[in-house]
Every structure is written in C-alpha cells, then in structure tokens.
Design a protein around this ligand. Structure first.
Ligand code: SF4
Ligand code: SF4
Length: 166
C-alpha cells in the first residue's frame, strides 16, 4: 500500500468520508462485549459476554444497518464522541487515531488481511459468550476496565506483537 492510500495518517477523523470511516473498524468485536458500570464509583468492569447480534466468527454485527433499532444502547461511534467513550478498547482504531497513535500491524488497512485481527488474537473470536447463554453478567466479569486502562492495558491483554518485526 502506498502512502497516498494511507488516508488515516493524513486525514483527521472528522475529515473522513463514510467509506473511510467504516474501514477503520478492524472487526475485533471488543466493543460489543457487555460492560458493567458501578453507579457509585463510575468504574467499568468488562465481561466476556457479547451482544446477541455479534457474529462470533466474523466478530462483526450480524445486523449492522439496524443496530440502533435492535439495541437502543448500541453506541454509534463518531468523531465527536470517541474521546468520551472511556470503555472503548485501547486497540480500537478509532480510539488509537483519536489519541494520535498508529494502527496496529494486524489492522486490515495495514496488513491487507481481514483475518489478521483474529489470527493475532486481537479479536473476541473464541473468547466471548452470547448473552442469551448467560444468567448473570456479574459472573462473567473478566477485567476491572478502568484499572487496566489506567495501567495502559487493553481489555483483552497486551496487543500481540507482529510476528515479522517482533
Ligand atoms: S473496538 Fe473499535 S475496531 Fe474493534 S470492533 Fe469496535 S469499533 Fe471496531
Ligand atoms: S447491535 Fe451490533 S454493533 Fe451493537 S453491540 Fe450488538 S453486535 Fe455490536
């Protein structure tokens, strides 16, 4: 890929067209895991329970077009709200770019391979449970998100290294 096609390095989030914006999503599925918020402290806990609309193989929404109607709480990420979404994973492309960071090597725009997000271990493939299989979300807390994020740790652990460059 030559430099003229690396739009995410030259354009601000608000300058991207819809196709560019949508292509930023790496398909990790991490944002579709349920979070629990402590009403008193504002702390977030991450669970391994996924929204029933998540396709566990592709790790993408099975009804993306109707996601807001299907799940009113489903947050539509936009240039003007990404900075406020504290629970978004640190590996999320939108968050990375909003924070002035680079995309990871597995990102399909970087790797040219839509499977790399899965083979690298960065996606939720094989790690999540459908909400319809779960009685109590509190039994499925896997991380205290704020503490981890405060330490610079993404929700699913340290980002996997590029096997070629380490
Ligand atoms: S966390 Fe970000 S990159 Fe991953 S699926 Fe959600 S919006 Fe896409
Ligand atoms: S409706 Fe789709 S995009 Fe929204 S949380 Fe569920 S699976 Fe994710």
């Amino acid at each position: 890929m030559n430099d003229t096609t690396r739009f995410w390095e030259t354009k601000g989030l608000a300058e991207m067209d819809e196709a560019e914006w949508e292509s930023l999503c790496d398909g990790c599925g991490q944002c579709c895991l349920f979070k629990l918020e402590d009403a008193d402290t504002g702390e977030f806990a991450l669970t391994d329970v996924a929204c029933r609309y998540l396709d566990h193989n592709s790790c993408q929404c099975s009804d993306y077009r109707n996601r807001s109607r299907n799940v009113p709480d489903c947050v539509k990420v936009a240039p003007d709200n990404i900075a406020k979404l504290r629970w978004m994973p640190e590996t999320c492309a939108y968050r990375l770019l909003a924070e002035g960071k680079e995309l990871f090597w597995w990102h399909p725009l970087v790797s040219g391979d839509r499977e790399a997000v899965h083979s690298s271990g960065a996606s939720v493939r094989g790690k999540a449970i459908n909400e319809d299989m779960v009685d109590d979300l509190e039994d499925h807390v896997i991380r205290q998100l704020n503490k981890e994020l405060g330490n610079g740790m993404p929700p699913l652990g340290t980002p996997p290294k590029d096997p070629e460059t380490g």
